[in-house]
Each structure stands twice: as structure tokens, then as C-alpha cells.
Design a protein around this ligand. Structure first.
Ligand code: ADP
Length: 479
């Protein structure tokens, strides 16, 4: 026969045992009378160790005065709700908990004890988890991450800081950050500290620091104030990135660029002049003395003139390339349809020569770009679309655009010879060509110019193509 009262008790104790909260009961003189599984987990004592013991074994000495207060509330039949306090585990460690204590009454309603529900403060748990996650992130970062107090003492030091500066964490924590600063840069530190005290962040500050072995490294520093939970600035975090390699490459790049610009300058002023002389005297020679030359002489002269013409084009393109340098972005929008029309006019001869069809699908947007730049983009890309046609197949070129603020994306599609995907990036490199001048005339500068223009506007240009499947050139620029 089943006993309903007994069944209910079993159910109740199962509920109590499966609770995530520690559930404890005690008598009115503070002796523990029950202890569930979560209480074992939370406080580290097994039930048989604590039942019959005074509850005070859980209370740290400086909190002992809380107990008589709780007991007197209970005796008055009052419940204590979400009382935040600290208790002590069996191993002596302290935990922050939230306590809810309710009186237990006998059948006559007399208070005979209390039940306690204790929960480890969730915020603490969450903070602890977040803290652990954060330290894992900090440790796995490729950047050196360091923290320091407001008087410049190192307080933490991750793995990458060890690699970058050569000091182990144990060697630098507690030391002044200035051990990393070369003597001639020491004046940077008070400036950084005063920015921090004002609550300001120092972003990508490029400077030089010193390794343990004395060698100097170029680094980029980002320093942010660290605040306590009241918002008071208590220190700083520093993220340092080694930019030695980047600096070296930038320097090389700048040198290479300077050489190139210098070359273009010479090209315009020094090379064009003698070239013009070659062309003009070639023409005079042909007109005046052509009939006196034998066929071999005439051919030689033609080669000479063709060479001079090719060189003229090359110089013109090179100049166009070097002219795309830092400029102000226009404040007014221009109508892309007009730039497109203008490109078509310039390409007129080539369009009719190749029997090409150039169509614009829909209307083109307006955007903030220099008219000459957009016209050049259209001219170079459409010019290529016509030039790199399949033999015997008239080129069909389709232009379209999408405007999704804050960007405009233009597409120029052709039915030409296509490009093997392996070369999709190479073709934008200066002087890179996939064909000889005999097959298709050109300088290998057209797309390099396009890329340079687009990048000056913080945009991007690319091609989607396959050999003999036609190509789609796309570029995105801010509107
Ligand atoms: P150029 O046309 O003077 O050679 P570009 O920089 O304009 O120089 O183009 C680089 C190379 O990219 C070209 O030599 C050609 O091989 C390839 N290319 C460019 N546009 C197309 C296209 N629409 N179809 C196929 N190949 C192209």
C-alpha cells in the first residue's frame, strides 16, 4: 500500500536535492538539521559532516554578528530576502552569496527553525567566467598586451609581450615600464600618463622600445585607460605591435615610389622632347627621302616610327599613372552617366573599328568622384573589353551599377577572351601584360591606373573571369 504522505516527502526531498541552490535548514539556536547536494558543492562539506553542527562554522569571524540578527528576525516570523553576504568554505576560501532565510513553523504556527537558500552571487560567477575567457584571449593574442598602474608600474604581461620584449612576466611585473623605453624617448611616458589621467586613449602611436637584450624595435602602441567599477582610472592597458618589418617595407616602398615618380618626371620633361625630335625627323626623312630609299630602308624607317609611337603611348600612360596622387575628394557629386558618355566619345574610333556594341543597363548613379577619374576608369576598362575580343566576334560590352549607400558598385561585362583566374590579380600590377604587343597592343598600365584611382578613394577593383568565358570587371567606391 502506498503512503501519500511518505510519497510526497520523497518527492520533496528529490526536489530539494536537485536544486541548483544550496538549501539548508537549522534550528532556532543555529544547529544545522538538513543539507542538500548543492550545499555540499557550494560549501565543500558533506551532509554528515555538518548536520548537528552550529551554522556558525560557515560564517567568517568578521561576520559572526550577522547570525543573532538573522535569528531574531526569524523569531519574529520575518523572512530575510536576498541578503548579500560572505561565507566560508570548508577549505577556508570565501564566497560571495545571496541568502534567503524563511522561518519554519510547526503545526500550531510556532517558529521552530529556519530554511536557508544560498546562491553564489551569479555576477561573481559570470565575472569569473568572463575573466577566465579574457585571460585566454589576452594570452593567445599575437600582440603584446601589458597593463600598468597610473604610476607606471607593470601589472600584467602576456605571452606575446615575453616574445616581443624578451622579458618573462616574472621579471617585469612590479618593475617600472620605463625599462622598455630608450633614454631618448623617456619624455614620452609623462605625456602618455597625463593623457591617460584625462581619460584619453592613445591610438596607434608609433615609437621605439628596447628589448631585454638592448636591441631597439619599432612598435605601434595603443594605450587605453583602465577603470575600476566606479569609473575611476586606475591604470592603463597597452597593446604593442611589432612594426619593424612593416616600417622596413614602407621605407622600401617609399624609395621605390620616389624612383618611379622621379622617372615619370624625367619621362615627361627629358624623354618626351628627344622622342618628338625622333618622330619629326623620321617624318621628314620619310617625306623627303622616302623615294630614294630601297624597300629595306623604308621598312627600317617604319619600324623606327612605330617604335617612337609606342614609346609615346607608354610615356603618356606612365604620366597618367603618376598623376593619380593624393588629392582632395570632391565635395559635389557628379553624374556617372556623363562620365560614361565622355568615355564613349573618346573610344568612338575603336568602337566603330571593332564593330562593338556598348550598352548601359539602367541609369548610373551620382557620386563624389572627380569626373576625369571616373571617365578614365570607364575608358580603360571598356577599352580593354573591346580590345580583348575573341577573333571574329564583335565585342558586346554591358555597363551597370548598383547604389547601396554608402557605396556604388560598377560592373563592366564583356564577351571577350577572358582571363585565367590565376592572373586575376596580376593584371592590375604595373607593366604586367598577358599578351605580346604583336597580339594586342598595350602598355600594361591601364588597369594599374584604374586600381590606383579606386584605391585613392578607399575603394576596390577586381575581375571575375575564366579563359574564353568573357570577363566582368567590378569596382566599388564610396558614394
Ligand atoms: P594593357 O591593356 O595595356 O596591356 P592593362 O593594364 O589594361 O594593360 O591590362 C593588363 C592585362 O590584363 C592585359 O594585357 C590583358 O592581358 C588583360 N586584360 C585586361 N582587360 C581584359 C579583358 N577585358 N579581357 C581579357 N583580358 C584582359
Amino acid at each position: 500500500m502506498t503512503n501519500p504522505v511518505h510519497d510526497q516527502l520523497v518527492l520533496l526531498s528529490a526536489i530539494v536535492d536537485s536544486s541548483d541552490d544550496a538549501i539548508i535548514s537549522k534550528t532556532l539556536d543555529g544547529i544545522i538539521t538538513s543539507w542538500n547536494k548543492s550545499a555540499e558543492r557550494l560549501f565543500g562539506y558533506a551532509a554528515e559532516e555538518v548536520i548537528g553542527q552550529p551554522i556558525t562554522i560557515l560564517i567568517p569571524p568578521d561576520r559572526l554578528r550577522e547570525e543573532p540578527e538573522i535569528l531574531s528576525s526569524l523569531k519574529r516570523g520575518e523572512r530575510v530576502d536576498h541578503f548579500e553576504t560572505t561565507r566560508r568554505r570548508k577549505d577556508g576560501t570565501l564566497i560571495d552569496i545571496s541568502l534567503t532565510i524563511s522561518p519554519i513553523r510547526d503545526r500550531s504556527g510556532k517558529v521552530i527553525g529556519a530554511s536557508k537558500v544560498a546562491r553564489e552571487t551569479t555576477e561573481m560567477k559570470r565575472a569569473d567566467r568572463a575573466h577566465r575567457l579574457l585571460s585566454a584571449i589576452v594570452d593567445s593574442s599575437d600582440d603584446a598586451i601589458i597593463s600598468k598602474s597610473l604610476d607606471g608600474i607593470v601589472t600584467s604581461w602576456n605571452k606575446s609581450a615575453e616574445r616581443l620584449f624578451g622579458y618573462a612576466a616574472g621579471e617585469v611585473i612590479g618593475q617600472p615600464i620605463t625599462i622598455l623605453i630608450p633614454p631618448d624617448r623617456l619624455r614620452e611616458e609623462p605625456e602618455i600618463l597625463s593623457s591617460l589621467k584625462r581619460g584619453e586613449r592613445v591610438d596607434h602611436f608609433e615609437t621605439i622600445r628596447r628589448r631585454k637584450d638592448g636591441t631597439l624595435i619599432d612598435i605601434s602602441l595603443t594605450i587605453s585607460p583602465v577603470r575600476d567599477h566606479n569609473g575611476k582610472i586606475v591604470g592603463a592597458s597597452k597593446v604593442a605591435r611589432d612594426i619593424t618589418e612593416r616600417k622596413r617595407m614602407m621605407l622600401e616602398l617609399r624609395r621605390a615610389n620616389a624612383v618611379l615618380e622621379q622617372f615619370a618626371y624625367s619621362a615627361s620633361h627629358d624623354l618626351q622632347e628627344p622622342l618628338r625630335t625622333v618622330k619629326i625627323f623620321g617624318q621628314i626623312l620619310m617625306q623627303k627621302y622616302g623615294e630614294h630609299l630601297d624597300p629595306e630602308g623604308v621598312t627600317a624607317l617604319r619600324f623606327l616610327q612605330n617604335g617612337a609611337t609606342r614609346m609615346e603611348t607608354l610615356l603618356r600612360d606612365l604620366l597618367a599613372y603618376t598623376r593619380v596622387i593624393k588629392f582632395e575628394k570632391p565635395s559635389e557629386k557628379i553624374d556617372a552617366n556623363l562620365a560614361f558618355e565622355s568615355a564613349l566619345q573618346t573610344l568612338g574610333g575603336s568602337i566603330s573599328e571593332h564593330n562593338a556594341q556598348v550598352v548601359c543597363v539602367g541609369s548610373l548613379p551620382s557620386l563624389r568622384i572627380h569626373f576625369a577619374h571616373l571617365q578614365q576608369l570607364f575608358q580603360n576598362i571598356i577599352g580593354n573589353a573591346i580590345k580583348y575580343a575573341k577573333p571574329g566576334i564583335p565585342p558586346i560590352v554591358t555597363i551597370s551599377a548598383k547604389h547601396r549607400a554608402p557605396y556604388c558598385e560598377f560592373s563592366i561585362e564583356d564577351n571577350g577572351i577572358g582571363i585565367a583566374p590565376d592572373y586575376a590579380e596580376t593584371i592590375f600590377v604595373i607593366f604586367k601584360r598577358l599578351h605580346s604587343s604583336e597580339e594586342y597592343p598595350g602598355t600594361g598600365l591601364g588597369l594599374a591606373i584604374c586600381q590606383r584611382i579606386v584605391e585613392q578613394y578607399d575603394g576596390r577593383i577586381w575581375v571575375e573571369s575564366e579563359l574564353s568565358k568573357g570577363s566582368v570587371f567590378r569596382f566599388i567606391v564610396p558614394d
